[in-house]
Write a protein that binds this ligand. Structure first.
Ligand SMILES: [Zn+2]
Length: 136
């Protein structure tokens, strides 16, 4: 199938496009929850749909079922600040994401990895870290 056909197919079938879009969100964070870093199994609306939040990339972040279920209709930033796994870099990343700066968000998330990975990364030089970011 040509890529042009795929685009055509997506226009005909919004569900397919929706699925593809959701998948792309998970791929941004390598399938990890933007709040806690666990496996992302769902898409969370930063501003809940019940409060007028739109289903667009800027308002939709990959989240695990536990975070998604716990956050419910709360303000994402207020809810997140109260969590045991709160990390200010993740909070900044979510802010950047909602402002449409996915690139910055991913950069911040990279710095906010779970402890064991962070310890491993800090043992490498800063230069290596920057190179690995560019390659990603
Ligand atoms: Zn989570």
């Amino acid at each position: 199938m040509h890529s042009r056909d795929a685009v055509f197919l997506e226009d005909l079938c919004p569900k397919l496009r929706d699925r593809r879009w959701r998948k792309s969100l998970h791929e941004y964070t390598s399938k990890s929850c933007i709040y806690c870093g666990k496996n992302s199994e769902s898409i969370d609306h930063v501003l809940p749909r019940s409060k007028g939040g739109l289903t667009i990339t800027e308002n939709c972040v990959p989240a695990c079922l536990s975070c998604n279920g716990s956050k419910t209709d709360n303000n994402a930033f207020e809810w997140y600040r109260k969590q045991r796994f709160y990390d200010p870099r993740r909070s900044m990343a979510i802010r950047a994401w909602t402002e449409g700066d996915i690139r910055l968000a991913l950069r911040l998330l990279k710095w906010a990895k779970p402890k064991e990975i962070k310890a491993f990364e800090s043992s490498k030089s800063r230069l290596n870290e920057d190179i690995s970011w560019q390659a990603a």
